[in-house]
Design a protein. Sequence first.
Length: 315
Amino acid sequence: MKRVLLLLGTLLALLLGVVAGILGYAHWRVRSVRPPLPAIAAITTAVDGGDRPQRLSYVNTATQKMPRNSVLSSSDDPNPEAAYLMSHPSFVLEWRDGRILLVDAGMSREGALQFGRPIETLGADPIQPLTSTADTLRDACGRVTAVVFTHLHIDHVGGIEELCRCAGRKVKVFVTPAQARVTNYTTSGARSLLDQAPCVELVELPGDGPLWSLPELGGVAIAHAGGHTPGSQVVFASTNGGDRYAFTGDLVNHIDGVRHNVPKPSYYSLLIVPEDREQLEHWRQLLQQLSNQGYQPVVAHDQLAIEALGIPKLR
């Protein structure tokens, strides 16, 4: 019996060591990429010129009710009892000539069910799949010329498979050098999905950044952000109507992360998705400054905040 217990103890210690090693490597990986923040003036210069998009809309591929303390540090939350709905959107920027740029692709219905089940262990309700980006675009799939992913997690990338089936053409996916080259275990699956997607043409943006304008897509710029994943990107856009947006991805998961500089729960950043909390703090402060300068932060996973912005759903 002692030998059995000793063997079990040894196996448990080995397992814990492997887990700690994987987490430690992922933390090192995300902290090894800490780009400088772009200047607000440079962002504005990058997005205010050229042929800007005419229209912004969105597709919400799934929704899941969950407690705010899953996405905001409860000790810093100014309104801990308020409702929170986690969304999984794709944002659709359209130019006058019909071209479409997607910011993230959301998930398929089946992908949403698979993604949402583990989150229920954190106290969330069952996820509700709503649609896919491809199903909502329908005939407009053929007008999608490019996609930008705020980061390579499956809930942002999973919709690319259905998009490829309906696009009928090559679709450029613009990536910063970090998003192209630096992965960890949280992003490797989505990166493999992109590598295998038949319609995807990966386009690595040249130079060191930290800010890039998109070729042939005026009014849009990408900043290498880091913090959440090594290749996390913030996408900035300015429409012909003069509205300016900052698509934050998962740098924050609730708008109050920006408004009140509230971090995510420490256990989330330590154990669930290894993050660079210092870099995320810098970005929350910059997003707050941008908000004061007329940019509207668009937080991917905050359904109520997206609805409050008045961005229309794609019909």
